[in-house]
Design a protein around this ligand. Sequence first.
Ligand code: 2IT
Length: 450
Amino acid sequence: MNAYLASVLENVKTKHAGEPEFVQTVEEVFSSLEPVIEKHPEYEKYDLLNRMVEPDRMFTFRVVWEDDNGKWHTNRGWRCQFNGAIGPYKGGLRFQKNVYEGIIKFLGFEQTFKNSLTGLPIGGGKGGSDFDPAGKSDAEVMRFCQAFMSALYRYIGPDVDVPAGDMGVGGREIGYLFGQYRRLKGVWENGVLTGKGLSYGGSLIRPEATGYGAIYYLCEVLKHENDSIEGKRIATSGYGNVAWGIMKKAAELGAKVTYFSGPDGYVHDPDGVITEEKLNYILEMRATDPMHCKPYADHFGCEFVEGAKPWGATDVDIIMPAATQNDVTMESAEKIAASGVKYYIEVANMPTTNDALNFLRAQKHMIVAPSKAVNAGGVGVSALEMSQNSERLVWTAEEVDAQLKKMMINIHKVSAEAAEQYGLGYDLVAGGNIAGFLKVAEAMLEQGCF
Ligand code: 2IT
């Protein structure tokens, strides 16, 4: 690694010693930037990288709420406004027990480059809480969301910072958050949040957008390899919004998801999750119990393997981890490489540990695509939701879907071109990092030295 990059990375490691996920994501992005830093000496001259690894600002706040038994709880909430050079801060809120400052920071850093790749004017942000949604009643979720927004509302706005959903935050939570924002501000600013319900300014296709976009990106990779999606078998992880969108779009295009997983283990359905009945069953299963996917195997009479992940299965063509960070470790990567599968398409934010990712990228028979490009369709459609809100219009599903597809084709194209331009061949990981980085870097420098 180039000396300047190495020195900034050292600085990050020292400052963020207790935040391994943040160090990991910085290391991953930096590993692609060597040729860029060498070609652009001005980045070192203005010490751009030390600026880029420091969030613009980050808020921490207390969130106090009462449960159904009259017991009071205090959680911690965060909003990280990581980089606002190319547009208002934009990124999801994650409600999960294991959330702490380092998770929000890593997601905010990733979001900055991802949002840049969409080609739309959105900066990078992220937020969340260590609130555990598991087993909470609807009324408890509502009270928590209202308490969370009572602290957050002063920091956000349609032209300032626009949160959305992430793990633990779906349409229901966004509704309660928006209701509280509206009550506190006394204005109709529905551009302040995305992922809203259709009755108050949500966009058609937003819930499916991340999964659909991932499949559109995959189609571009397959096209590049003179291959097609028809008949392909996909192993994914998770069965949330994102994995569900993958299942649905894959089925529509003649492919099938044959493996998916939950926190309890994985399901193997060799016929694929392709019928409406199966897709609807998953929606219901997720709504009633987000922790177990075994009921699907019981209901449809297929195999369930407890406590395991589907990585390494030999009867698949494409792997798309879509659950959470560091889902694929070195041990899984070795199995994946040995299985002979060609396409490794990351979908969740940072689903692969850095050593596993580097190992997979080094496999001559494999093509690896990075999550910050593959999953960018989600936030991309969030930006389209903001456009609809500011136009006071509602676009049709066909219009949104067509824009999403165009966006994904372009993200693949600019990533491939960036890698090519720096002599790296068809390297989608490096290309995505470089293309995302360059736009933010240019915007920062053109706006002055701060
Ligand atoms: O990780 C992500 O890109 C998201 N959770 C979506 C963010 C958004 O603003 O739609």
